[in-house]
Design a protein around this ligand. Sequence first.
Ligand SMILES: [Fe+2]
Ligand SMILES: [Fe+2]
Length: 358
Amino acid sequence: MVTALSRPTPEPNSDRVKAAIDENLLTPRFYTTDFEKAANLDLSYGEAGLQAMLEEMRADYNRHHFTRDESFEQSWEHIQGEERQAFVDYLERSCVSEFSGFLLFKELSRKLKGRSPLLAEIFNLMARDEARHAGFLNKAMKDFNLSLDLAKLTKQRTYTFFPVEWIIYAVYLSEKIGYWRYILIYRHLEQHPEHRFYPLFNYFESWCQDENRHGDIFKALLRSQPQMWQTWQSRLWSRFFLLSVFATHSLTVHERAKFYEMLGLDAAEFDAAVIRKTNETAARAFPVSLNVDHPEFLQRMERAAGRNLRLKELAQSQAPRFVKQLRKLPLILGIVGDLLRLYLIRPIDAESLRNTVR
Ligand SMILES: [Fe+2]
Ligand SMILES: [Fe+2]
């Protein structure tokens, strides 16, 4: 884990450009993979699906969507204090996460060029979308006198290596969970326009369709690799990635409760809705989905999120180091214990459900 860099004191009325972000376990990571293996993937099982997705990506439905309209042209200085901090934090993490997708897709497209033309073009078009998303969020940050130096960030951050299969499971889920987060916020604000405190949210409906398409591309990729859904190992990995993505989501949403409150949403309810929807969607791609209706599921997840909040408070407290370490231990063990129990809850067999439906 990279230690947090101290924040420089901003000059009054000047923009603060950040080249580093305050990191913890929940900060979106930058990924790299085995490009050689990616270039040699046998796509014969999923070629038709991927070709269809490529046509969709070429159509570029959102070509003109990410243009800032006049609703942005006003001062946002009335958003202050804890609310401003919560919103800026949301923008920053979202921007880093979109940008992380851009870097991975761009690198994949560069390395696969001339070797796996279909995938190279698809990744290039997905990188196009993520660059738009990250750029749009970075512009929103500028409205709050802050921006990310994405070029410097690219060079300074450490990259986490994931084998190709892990990338496919993890990116599929992050695209689909991203879709559900954006669309659920959008639909909620349609019902409660009084909570639209900033125009960014008006863009979420078409935006989330990009994420949905990206997810479908990764679904086609996943289904083109039979070892990723036919084997018992694939069932264990699917459970692992579902749980990791849900836990990261849950802990982040509870940390960001203030932001959801600004939207008029209850963090715990939003958390549960996103998990339910993503789990349902994932059953179309993964060999298993999680039994999120098990009475212990959301209960343990919420308890883990609560313990994570206490860890955060502890890190910010003035207590001596050894006291902090001592108090940290039971909280960490508690989180690990809950997640382990959740992992062991019997999953739902998505493959046999799929066969029944057909
Ligand atoms: Fe995106
Ligand atoms: Fe995406």
